[in-house]
Design a protein around this ligand. Structure first.
Ligand code: ZN
Length: 386
């Protein structure tokens, strides 16, 4: 019998070594500090996954490995998430260093939980009894899940001192200054990048993922150091009604609203950043990108304006791409919960990727199979319920 967890070595996007380490530390599946090195050594001897047979796993037979139970799997996964978070804590500010960051007595940078969405200004407004609703990732489909607003949207990406750079969007009301628009896009960039680095602890995204983050970061860092807020171009869409929805996220688009493909470069993934929040009885949607990427996205932004179909167009962008999204709980129950099956369809269509492997069976990236017309909103989704 082959211990079930060994098959993880066949999924190029899973960093199986991290999983095995935790199983070892928890003494699961027969993994112990005594046989761990041998198990890792033997995994390297397995044939490439595209030619592998069940009998190739016989080399593990003498090690006494056994199945990891269904109850133990989630325990290991939770620990993987925790370790990923712990090991990725850092201050992203371009001047971050032990001399400029907030440090503890031993000189270690003290990273605190930063909110990617304003806690007091926005989350408080849309919370009910201290809770907001987001989409659950623990089940298939887009069911709602209530989370405490203190925990919603946090990431460990700034020291206390540098987190203060966001005070123009944390403390001051939104008036649409270039600095405010820049800060919203920058915070969305750091949040999505930080989450990706946390996840790369246990998942392989291919080497391009790190390069994308580093190359985008250079543009933001330069702009921060030179106070060049014009480095970000932002389109502000004001919906005339108050919707209790908050979003901070970023993604790239392969197609615009007319189904034209958006040609990305090889050296950096050009992202678009999106921020949604209610204020002054209205709802603001900020669509931002680096000035360098204007040639890729200004057409799409122009389409959005001229189509004048904001509720549908914004909804499909959010449903297809966004993870960091929060709703007021009753609003979610009333307007969003009934759409969960359609949201799943739109999301799956947008994220339809196949893995690219090299001749050795190593994961080198993903190939997108997203249909060109997926922004047409054929599912008639609508997050803006009235
Ligand atoms: Zn710092």
């Amino acid at each position: 019998m082959i211990a079930n967890f060994l098959f993880q070595t066949e999924h190029p996007q899973i960093n199986f070594k991290t999983f095995f380490e935790i199983a070892r530390d928890f003494r699961k599946g027969g993994l112990t500090p005594d046989n761990f090195e041998e198990v890792i050594r033997l995994t390297a001897k397995l044939p490439p996954i595209n030619t592998r047979k069940a009998s190739d796993y016989k080399i593990f037979e003498h090690l006494g490995l056994k199945d990891i139970s269904e109850e133990d799997f989630p325990i290991i996964i939770r620990e993987m998430l925790r370790r990923g978070q712990e090991q990725s804590k850092k201050c992203w500010h371009p001047e971050a260093a032990s001399a400029t960051c907030k440090v503890d007595k031993s000189g270690q940078i003290l990273v605190s939980a930063a909110h990617s969405i304003q806690n007091n200004g926005v989350l408080s407004k849309i919370a009910k009894d201290g809770h907001v609703t987001t989409f659950s990732r623990e089940e298939v489909g887009f069911k709602g899940k209530n989370v405490g607003k203190k925990l919603a949207s946090i990431f460990w990406g700034f020291c206390n001192f540098h987190d203060a750079m966001f005070s123009p969007i944390e403390i001051t009301n939104y008036t649409g200054t270039p600095e405010q628009n820049f800060l919203y896009a920058y915070r969305a960039f750091v949040m999505i990048s930080h989450k990706k680095i946390e996840a790369s602890h246990f998942a392989n995204f291919g080497s391009q993922s790190d390069i994308d983050i580093e190359e985008n970061r250079k543009h933001f860092d330069r702009a921060i150091l030179e106070n060049d807020y014009g480095a970000i171009k932002t389109h502000v869409i004001e919906l005339p009604l108050y919707y209790p929805i908050a979003v901070s996220s970023g993604f790239y688009l392969d197609f615009d609203f007319e189904g034209n493909s958006i040609p990305h470069s090889e050296n950096r993934m050009e992202n678009i950043y999106i921020t949604v929040f209610p204020d002054n009885g209205k709802t603001y949607c900020l669509l931002s990108y680096l000035k360098e990427d204007e040639n890729l996205y200004q057409e799409l932004a122009g389409q959005l304006q001229s189509r004048n179909n904001f509720k549908s167009d914004l909804t499909v962008l959010l449903a297809a791409h966004v993870e960091n999204i929060y709703f007021e709980p009753i609003y979610f129950e009333t307007f969003i919960a009934c759409q969960s099956e359609s949201i799943l369809r739109v999301f799956q269509q947008a994220q339809f990727d196949v893995q690219k492997l090299d001749s050795q069976g190593n994961h080198i990236g993903n190939l997108s199979l997203t249909p060109p017309d997926y922004l047409k909103n054929t599912q008639k989704l609508n997050f803006f319920g009235y």
